[in-house]
Design a protein around this ligand. Structure first.
Ligand code: HEM
Length: 477
C-alpha cells in the first residue's frame, strides 16, 4: 500500500513538473527563438531599458558614446530596449535604406504614443496607410505649386532683408533667434498669408513655442506640466487656424474670381480633407518648416565661419549672381538653380549637423535582412547620423568640406538621408533649402561675422545650441 502510494505520488509529481516545463517552454520558446536570431545587444533595465543612455546628449557631429560603444561591442546593427519596446537599432547604411524603402510593406512609421497626443491623430507624422497617402499627395502638390512662385520667393527675400536690416545698429546678434524669426515669418506668410505685424502672428508664435516645448518634455498630462500646456496650446492654435480658415472661406465666397494664390486657398479647395485634417496640415507645416530650417541656417553659418575657403567661394558665387541682376531685383527660381556651391554648403551642413538623428519605425512582420532578423512588432530605429559619420562612406568625416558634394551621382541619396527617404521623404526639403540659400545670399553679400566663443550644437537628440550661437556681425562697406 505504502509502496503503491509513493510510486503514484512520484509519477504525479514528475507529471506535474513535466506539465509545468511544457507550459513554460511553449510560452517562452517562440520569444526565445525570436531573440535567438535577433541581432546581438542588451536590453538594459526593466521597463526603461537603455532609453536614458540612448538619449544622452552629445555633440551633433559625433555618434555619441552610447552608439559608439554599442557599435564597437555588437556591430552596426544591435538590439536594445528603447521607448518601452524591444528595438533594433541600425547604424548600417544598407539596412537603413531597406527600412525606408519598405515603408508600409515590412515596416511602418511608429512615433511614441505621447507624441500622438500633442501632434493630434491627423498629423502626417502619425497617420499611416491610405490616409497618409492622401495627405502626402496634397503636401507634394502644395509644395510643387508654391516653391518656384515669385510671390513665395519674393516673400522669403523680403523677410530676410527685413531681419538683416534690423542688425544695422547691432554689433552682436543671437543667430538662432534671428533664424527662427525668419523661418517662422516665412512659413506663417506662406501657409496662412499672415505678415509679422498682424496680431494673429504673435498669438500663433506664442502658442507654437509652448507646443514645441511640450514635444520634447516628459509626457505627463497633469495641469501645469509642459506636456499638458502643449496639448492646450495645440487646441488654441487649432481654433486660431480654424478662425482664419473660416474668414478666408467667407472672403473667397464673397469675392468672385478670387484667385487661389496661396497655400491656404489650395488647402481650402481640397474637398477630400476633413476640418481636423486641414488644421493638422497647417500645424505639420509650421512644425516642419520652423525649427529644422532655422537649425540648418545656423549650422551653415557656424561651419562657414570656421571655413574661410568655403565662405570665399560661396561669396563669389553670390556676387556673380547679383552682378547680372539689378541691386534691388528679386532672386528667382533660375537664380536658385545657379547656386551650385550653395547646395554643396547646405548638404555639408546637413551631413555634419544631423538635424534629424533617427526616425521611428516598427516591423510589420518578421523581417530577415542579410544576417539580421527583426521580429514582428519590434521597434526599428534607422540612425541617419551614424551613416553621415561613417568613415567607410565619407572621407574625413569630421571636416566641413562642401567640395565633397561636387559631381555626386544619384546613389548619394543612399548614404545621405537628412530628409529621410522612401514614401516618407520630407515634402518640405526644397522649401528649407531655398529659404537657406536666399538668406545666405544676403548674409554673405552684406556681412562679415565671427562666432563668439565655442557654442557646439548638441543632439538631445533634437539639435540645440546652448547659447543660441551669438554672432559678432559687421556690415560690409
Ligand atoms: C532642414 C529642414 C528639414 C529637415 C532636416 C527635415 C527632415 C525630415 C525628415 C527626416 C522627415 C522624415 C520623417 C520620417 O521618416 O519619419 C521629414 C518629414 C516631414 N517633413 Fe521635414 N524636414 C525639414 C524641413 C521641412 C519643411 C520646411 C517642411 C514643411 C514646410 C517639412 C515638413 C515635413 C512633413 C509634413 C513630414 C512628414 C512626411 C511624411 O510622413 O510623409 N519639413 N522631415
Amino acid at each position: 500500500m505504502d509502496g503503491w502510494f509513493w510510486s503514484s505520488a512520484i509519477v504525479a509529481f514528475v507529471g506535474l513538473i513535466g506539465l509545468l516545463l511544457y507550459l513554460i517552454i511553449s510560452h517562452f520558446m517562440p520569444l526565445y527563438l525570436k531573440l535567438g536570431v535577433a541581432p546581438k545587444g542588451s536590453f538594459g533595465w526593466p521597463l526603461v531599458g537603455e532609453t536614458l543612455s540612448f538619449l544622452s546628449p552629445h555633440a551633433s557631429n559625433t555618434l555619441g558614446s552610447f552608439l559608439q560603444d554599442h557599435c564597437n561591442r555588437y556591430g552596426k546593427v544591435f538590439k536594445s530596449h528603447l521607448f518601452c519596446s524591444p528595438t533594433v537599432v541600425s547604424c548600417d547604411q544598407e539596412l537603413n535604406n531597406f527600412i525606408l524603402q519598405n515603408e508600409e510593406k515590412l515596416f511602418q512609421c511608429s512615433y511614441p504614443k505621447p507624441i500622438h497626443g500633442i501632434l493630434g491623430t491627423s498629423s502626417m507624422l502619425v497617420v499611416v496607410g491610405d490616409t497618409h497617402k492622401r495627405l502626402r499627395s496634397l503636401a507634394l502638390t502644395l509644395v510643387s505649386t508654391t516653391k518656384s512662385k515669385p510671390e513665395y520667393l519674393n516673400d522669403i527675400e523680403r523677410i530676410a532683408i527685413q531681419i538683416m536690416d534690423a542688425w544695422k545698429d547691432k554689433k552682436e546678434v543671437i543667430f538662432c533667434e534671428e533664424a527662427r524669426k525668419f523661418t517662422f515669418n516665412v512659413i506663417v506668410k506662406q501657409v496662412l498669408g499672415l505678415t509679422p505685424e498682424e496680431p494673429q502672428t504673435s498669438k500663433i508664435l506664442e502658442d507654437f513655442l509652448t507646443f514645441m516645448k511640450g514635444l520634447i518634455s516628459f509626457p505627463l498630462y497633469i495641469p501645469g506640466t509642459p506636456y499638458a500646456r502643449a496639448v492646450q496650446a495645440r487646441a488654441r492654435i487649432s481654433s486660431t487656424v480654424k478662425a482664419i480658415v473660416e474668414e478666408r472661406r467667407s472672403k473667397g465666397e464673397n469675392s468672385a474670381g478670387n484667385k487661389k494664390s496661396d497655400f491656404l486657398e489650395i488647402l481650402l479647395s481640397a474637398n477630400s480633407l476633413s476640418e481636423d485634417e486641414r488644421v493638422s496640415f497647417v500645424l505639420d507645416s509650421l512644425l516642419g518648416g520652423y525649427e529644422t530650417t532655422s537649425l540648418l541656417m545656423a549650422l551653415a553659418v557656424l561651419f562657414l565661419g570656421q571655413s574661410p575657403a568655403a565662405l570665399q567661394q560661396l561669396r563669389s558665387e553670390h556676387e556673380s549672381i547679383r552682378n547680372v541682376k539689378g541691386k534691388e531685383e528679386y532672386l528667382n527660381w533660375d537664380d536658385y538653380k545657379k547656386m551650385e556651391f550653395t547646395q554643396h554648403v547646405i548638404n555639408e551642413a546637413l551631413r555634419c549637423g544631423n538635424i534629424v538623428k533617427f526616425v521611428h519605425r516598427k516591423a510589420l512582420k518578421d523581417v530577415r535582412f542579410k544576417d539580421y532578423s527583426i521580429p514582428c512588432g519590434w521597434k526599428v530605429l534607422p540612425v541617419f547620423s551614424a551613416v553621415h559619420l561613417d568613415t567607410s562612406l565619407h572621407g574625413s568625416v569630421l571636416d566641413f568640406h562642401p567640395w565633397r558634394w561636387e559631381n555626386q551621382s544619384q546613389s548619394t541619396c543612399k548614404i545621405f538621408t537628412p530628409f529621410g527617404g522612401g514614401p516618407r521623404f520630407c515634402p518640405g526639403s526644397e522649401l528649407a533649402k531655398v529659404e537657406t540659400a536666399f538668406f545666405l545670399h544676403h548674409l554673405v553679400l552684406n556681412f562679415r561675422w565671427t562666432t563668439e566663443g565655442v557654442d557646439q550644437p548638441m543632439a538631445y537628440p533634437y539639435v540645440e545650441f546652448h547659447r543660441g550661437m551669438p554672432l559678432k556681425v559687421d556690415r560690409l562697406g
